[in-house]
Design a protein around this ligand. Structure first.
Ligand code: HEM
Length: 479
């Protein structure tokens, strides 16, 4: 066991150290050994696999992402059996969340491009109102609100997606969820079944779920009645394209009942913070490397001056932007543990390492900073993937959403993130508006905002500030 001296009688000191300095512990050990090792993570013992195991495990059904969620849920972390934590049920108790994203959201991507562009415009007017002088904004907080609006506009119908209470909940539920889980974990398991009723953090979480039901419940009821009336009248029931409908469709297809309210909360848990962290890192890396901003603006002018409207083809033409997004994601991913698994049986890895049934496994995203794979890996090179795609035969490779063993921010293999295509569109549409409509700089007394680490995951930093000023776009984005 690395980083857990025998003199420590419990895991607690190691768990606390993990939250603060997991990256140093894991990368420090990986620099010395190429073999698997065990650490104490926030959720207990974790077998760390070096990156070269990726091809061996990426499609291995003897270890799955769902089992990992289930284990962390049942044993220590997520407590979906307690009221308030139900937002993870569609991912943990069945496959409804995964299949609703794979089928419903993915099939609707083209439909949402124009909708996302319109919502971005409204959202920026609200969160970054026009200013001819440099104006300071707590950018991570503003970005969470913007991404929550964009996601909600796709996952919920109007006017519900603009409801102030819902938008706040779409951001807060994730924070409230992980804070409550973290606090509850500090107490011995025997006390938790009683304690969760009284702690202020779990009470807040229960309030969140009640609020979600109060806000979304009437729409679900209305659709149910509408469907009954349509069927009675011999009409084909109206089809909806949002997360309420995708969850209901996935639920009836698999036969696993899933409350669409929990589905909606699961969408917020999976989509809002991950996308915000990825988007913020991209913008901050561009501000830190301003030579790319002019080049990106030139690309936008070329693409949008001939564009007939907002569609998938237009977004696909933004190749330098795609490359800059991917470069940022390579250097600063939302998590350094790209592949999380639990062994469903005893497994012997190719190097002889024995992984007992029930053990947690994390494959580390270290290839992205490996100089034998990426030249000058600590330097932000916005052209890196653009240049790779210029090589004949590679035009459709090395895109932001393409996962490989050397590019793992979305995982790789069977359980690679199915929401990445949506996140990619969202980030491109947002960056397009931001780069054309605003100039940005870091405040002199802060510089590039610090990224906040929680173990191997990264979160938004409420103290992160940016200065922005309006500019006149070279090309219109109104279609
Ligand atoms: C930039 C934003 C995002 C990042 C960085 C990200 C990252 C990840 C990662 C690392 C995994 C785990 C892969 C594994 O352990 O093998 C994952 C899984 C998943 N993500 Fe995302 N994600 C993002 C956005 C989204 C969005 C917007 C959605 C849906 C609305 C989503 C839905 C999912 C689902 C359903 C899974 C589980 C896949 C499975 O079990 O097969 N993600 N994501």
């Amino acid at each position: 066991m690395v980083g857990n001296p025998a003199s420590e009688k419990t895991y607690w000191p190691a768990k606390i150290r993990w939250l603060k300095s997991a990256k140093e512990l894991v990368y420090g050990t990986l620099a010395k050994t190429k073999t698997p090792f065990q650490v104490v993570a926030a959720s207990g013992p974790l077998i760390i696999l070096p990156p070269h195991f990726v091809e061996e495990i990426k499609n291995d059904d003897r270890m799955t992402f769902k089992s990992w969620l289930q284990k962390v849920n049942v044993v220590v972390d997520f407590f979906t059996k307690y009221p308030g934590f139900e937002g993870f049920i569609p991912a943990v108790d069945n496959d409804v969340f995964v299949s609703s994203v794979r089928i419903g959201l993915t099939q609707s991507l083209a439909h949402f491009v124009k909708i996302l562009a319109d919502e971005t415009k409204l959202s920026l007017n609200e969160s970054l109102p026009p200013s001819n002088e440099w104006k300071e904004v707590h950018f991570d907080t503003a970005a969470l609100r913007i991404i929550a609006r964009l996601s909600s506009r796709s996952f919920l119908p109007e006017p519900l997606c603009h409801d102030e209470e819902w938008l706040k909940l779409a951001v807060d539920y994730t924070i409230d969820f992980f804070t409550a889980a973290y606090i509850l974990r500090l107490f011995p398991p025997i006390l938790r079944p009683l304690l969760h009723w009284f702690l202020p953090w779990t009470r807040t979480l229960r309030k969140d779920v009640r609020k979600a039901r109060r806000l979304i419940g009437p729409e679900i009821e209305r659709r149910k009645k509408e469907e009954e009336q349509d069927l009675k009248a011999g009409r084909k029931p109206k089809q909806y394209s949002d997360a309420i409908a995708w969850v209901q469709q996935a639920s009836s297809k698999s036969g696993d009942y899933c409350d669409p309210i929990y589905g909606q909360l699961n969408y917020s848990l999976g989509a809002v913070h991950t996308t915000t962290v990825t988007f913020n890192n991209t913008l901050y890396n561009l501000i830190a490397n301003p030579e790319y901003i002019d080049e990106l603006r030139a690309e936008l002018v070329t693409v949008f001056k001939d564009a007939k409207g907002w569609d998938k083809t237009t977004l696909n033409k933004l190749r330098l932007m795609d490359s800059c997004m991917k470069e940022s994601n390579r250097m600063d991913p939302a998590t350094l543990m790209s592949i999380s698994r639990v062994a469903n049986e005893d497994i012997t890895l190719s190097d002889g390492t024995k992984v007992p049934k029930g053990a947690s496994i994390g494959l580390i995203n270290a290839a992205s900073r490996d100089p034998t794979i990426y030249e000058d890996p600590d330097k932000f090179n916005g052209h890196r993937f653009y240049d790779m795609r210029q090589i004949p035969g590679n035009e459709s490779k090395h895109q932001f959403v393409t996962t490989t063993g050397d590019y793992l921010p979305f995982g790789h293999g069977k359980h690679a993130c199915p929401g990445r295509f949506f996140a990619s569109n969202e980030i491109k549409i947002l960056l397009t508006h931001l780069l054309l409509q605003y100039d940005f700089k870091f405040p002199d007394d802060q510089g590039k905002p610090e990224i906040l680490a929680h173990g191997l995951d990264f979160g938004t930093n409420p103290n992160a500030r940016l200065l922005y000023k309006s500019r006149t776009p070279e090309v219109s984005l109104d279609f």
